[in-house]
Design a protein around this ligand. Structure first.
Ligand code: PGA
Length: 248
């Protein structure tokens, strides 16, 4: 099996000030981070430049969203070209808060994925079912449909990380059990094998997000198909370092 580099993303969401993020960054820059782990911090747009200039170069910077066009009359939006211009290499797309708080459609998420890849940004593409969908037994249908629409818009899987984030686990403290996470990750990999290619199934990183903490990260990280994490709340705390080092 192809070796998949463990990737831990911190999703700062709409949090922080230059002062508090500066402290967080200083802690990351001066901590012992497992060399083998790829680390990406997703900063609010307005702090992309700040995060890039303060973070150690071994830590990448992501935007938390972008638009599907390069430029123009789209008040309040930013383009992948602008993200790159600030020195960031990644963008998080399709996060459940974008889908469910801001009403982004599957189609729009797909268009954004295609456009970000055209501009050579790495994409952390998020998928995940709501609680009622899990309870109705439709988790597979939901995540396969979301993955299908993303896949239709990917021309280079080498730049894509899939983030499985069950909506019921995000910000709730209700982490998926390692078995629940592994079950969906394994099915996603089988889906990639059947619908994309063996090579993509073996090489694409599938990371887990939803109430990951310093306390639960090791057991989750030990699952065969869990290739890292997307971390919200705990990425704003010193324990983010423990999560980065979950496989150490
Ligand atoms: P959480 O958020 O770790 O606070 O649950 C995860 C995410 O939204 O990416």
């Amino acid at each position: 099996m192809a070796l998949r580099r463990f990737l831990v993303g911190g999703n700062w969401k709409m949090n922080g000030t230059k002062e508090s993020l500066g402290e967080l960054i200083l802690n990351l820059n001066t901590s012992d981070l497992q060399e083998e782990t790829e680390v990406v911090c997703a900063a609010p747009f307005i702090y992309l430049d700040f995060a890039r200039s303060c973070l150690d170069p071994r830590i990448s910077v992501a935007a938390q969203n972008c638009y599907k066009e390069s430029k123009g009359a789209f008040t309040g939006e930013i383009s992948p070209a602008m993200i790159k211009d600030c020195g960031a290499d990644w963008v998080v797309l399709g996060h459940s808060e974008r889908r469910h708080v801001f009403g982004e459609s599957e189609e729009l998420v797909g268009q954004k994925v295609a456009h970000a890849l055209e501009h050579d940004l790495g994409v952390i593409a998020c998928i995940g079912e709501k609680l009622e969908e899990r309870e109705a037994g439709t988790t597979d249908d939901v995540v396969f449909t979301q993955t299908q629409i993303i896949a239709e818009n990917v021309n280079d899987w080498g730049k894509v990380v899939l983030a499985y984030e069950p909506v019921w686990a995000i910000g709730t403290g209700m982490t998926a059990t390692p078995e629940q996470a592994q079950e969906v990750h394994e099915k996603l990999r089988l889906w990639l094998r059947a619908n994309v290619s063996d090579d993509v199934a073996d090489s694409v990183r599938i990371i887990y997000g939803g109430s990951v903490t310093g306390a639960n990260c090791r057991e989750l990280a030990s699952q065969a198909d869990v290739d890292g994490f997307l971390v919200g709340g705990a990425s704003l705390k010193p324990e983010f370092v423990d999560i980065i080092n979950a496989r150490a």
